[in-house]
Design a protein around this ligand. Structure first.
Ligand SMILES: C[S@@+](CC[C@H](N)C(=O)[O-])C[C@H]1O[C@@H](n2cnc3c(N)ncnc32)[C@H](O)[C@@H]1O
Ligand code: SF4
Length: 470
């Protein structure tokens, strides 16, 4: 009998995807630090062997029939949130942003020049940082440049991440004029004590005002970001935040567990660790949010997303077509993802590329006429099959290893050693193996990364230090 079913008869503290999981099991698996698998191999395994010249060759080899999507990184914010794990910089003046946009525009030109023909684009995502720190005219002009250099579909999804605290009515109107049709707003938590502790005071009225402006500009597809595991959060406080978020009727919600990595993000040292929940507390907070959203009819998508029934994300999950990339779960199935801006990551059929993170390195490369790629990884055939397997598991909570092996021309039993090696996970109820199919039971949904990690041959090579598993 496994640990989850062994506990199933006990009264569960919360009726949720997590009920019945005990503290010992959580402590056991939370001790494992595993990647979030927004790519495979993951970013800590990228190396400088993949430089701008290699990337240039990959771009030149893009076949005209390929579909593409674009990611543009805008690494500026007005004020640092103490929990922030993003690549961003605090600026008080507009000059650094204007200068960065100059480089970004040149990078768009350099990349487009190397691609044969005009790449057909169906998704554009502006992330950050806070893309809406751009002046409205600069944003519109940048979209104009993208439309000039790429073949952007009339029904393309154009998504922008927004900090409601700094959005203006003018910017919302400019987003609408530029064709933006999806907005993702950072909220995290509505509780004033939590907001104070994370240096992000954002009264509910500020989020509501931003939504009103966006709706007024014709932008009706809305995602809200919530977080758990932040200082002072409790089951009660996160439930209340989820309820308030629901009153705003978003199409989707992202629910991120606070990744506390103060050795990488030194401003996180301002977070008082004594008021952070432990693994069980985090698990219960996630479960409470998941329950609240489920009760309102939202479907759980993968690890950390929720969507209204009928939303494209929910439909694609049901049909087994959900995708996962650096922005999380996505309906984007493009074969070529081009990343622009410092730290941005691109995914091409040949492999992954990441731009230089320090602004001066990024800017210097562009001024010298070089692509600003700092590192990446060329995919081996083994990486490709494992990537497919891990992505299906992260999206569907289930994967037929025989079918994936077959699709890659391998023997159906190619992953039998991994399946046999999962006996401990099976005993604990974290995985179920049936023939050559592996499932993550609903009760173990937040632990799916641990099952995925069993197919990761790079992990044992030791690069990187990841955030907690729960
Ligand atoms: C680029 S921000 C969103 C846009 C805007 N900058 C804002 O914060 O409103 C992306 C999201 O990542 C999440 N996030 C940031 N730091 C995180 C961390 N350390 N752990 C988990 N999630 C984090 C937050 O939910 C945040 O809204
Ligand atoms: S969470 Fe968003 S607004 Fe806060 S510092 Fe990070 S990127 Fe900027």
């Amino acid at each position: 009998m496994n640990a989850i079913t062994a506990l199933a008869g006990r009264p569960a503290p919360v009726k949720s995807p997590s009920h019945g999981v005990d503290a010992a099991l959580l402590a056991k698996y939370d001790g494992l630090r595993v990647p979030r698998y927004t790519s495979y191999p993951t970013a800590p395994h990228f190396t400088p062997d993949v430089n701008g010249d290699v990337y240039g060759g990959w771009l030149a080899a893009i076949e005209p029939s390929r579909s593409g999507s674009l990611y543009l990184h805008i690494p500026f914010c007005q004020k640092m949130c103490w929990y922030c794990g993003c690549h961003t910089k605090i600026v008080a003046r507009y000059e650094p942003i204007a200068e960065y946009l100059g480089h970004l525009r040149r990078e768009v030109g350099m990349v487009a020049d190397r691609i044969p023909g005009r790449l057909a684009v169906r998704h554009i995502h502006f992330g950050g940082g806070t893309p809406t720190m751009m002046a409205p005219a600069d944003f519109e002009s940048l979209i104009g440049l993208l439309r000039e250099r790429f073949d952007i579909a009339a029904n393309a999804e154009l998504a922008v991440e927004i900090d409601p605290r700094t959005l203006t009515a003018e910017m919302a109107a400019a987003l609408g004029r530029a064709g933006v049709n999806r907005a993702s707003l950072g909220v995290q938590d509505f509780d004033a004590v939590v907001q104070e502790a994370i240096n992000r005071v954002q009264p509910r009225a500020v989020t509501e005002q931003a939504l009103e402006w966006l709706h007024g500009a014709g932008i009706d597809s809305i995602n809200l970001d919530l977080m758990y595991g932040l200082p002072h959060q409790s089951v009660e406080s996160v439930t209340r935040s989820a309820e308030i978020a629901l009153e705003m009727a978003p199409d989707r919600l992202s629910v991120f567990g606070y990744a506390h990595v103060p050795w990488m993000k030194t401003h996180q040292k301002k977070i008082d660790e004594s008021v952070l929940a432990d693994s069980l507390g985090r698990w219960e907070q996630f479960a409470a949010i998941a329950d609240t959203l489920a009760a309102a009819g939202y479907s759980a998508i993968g690890l950390d997303h929720f969507a209204r029934p009928g939303d494209e994300l929910a439909v694609q999950q049901e049909e087994g077509r959900l995708g996962r990339n650096f922005q999380g779960y996505t309906t984007d199935d493009a074969e070529v993802l081009l990343g622009f801006g410092s730290s941005s990551i691109g995914a091409l059929p040949q492999g992954y590329v990441q731009n230089a993170v320090p602004f001066d390195h990024y800017a210097a490369a562009i001024e010298e006429g070089r692509l600003p790629t700092a590192k990446g990884i060329a995919l081996t055939e083994d990486d490709k099959v494992r990537r497919d397997l891990i992505m299906r598991l992260m999206c569907d909570l289930s994967v037929d290893t025989a079918a994936i092996a077959r699709a890659h021309g391998l023997d159906e039993g190619a992953f039998d050693p991994e399946l046999a090696g999962m006996a401990d996970l099976v005993a604990d109820g974290v995985a179920v193996v049936e023939g050559r199919r592996v499932h993550v039971p609903e009760a173990a949904r937040p632990l799916m990364r641990i099952v995925a990690a069993r197919f990761d041959t790079h992990l044992s090579k030791g690069a990187g230090r990841h955030s907690r598993a729960v």
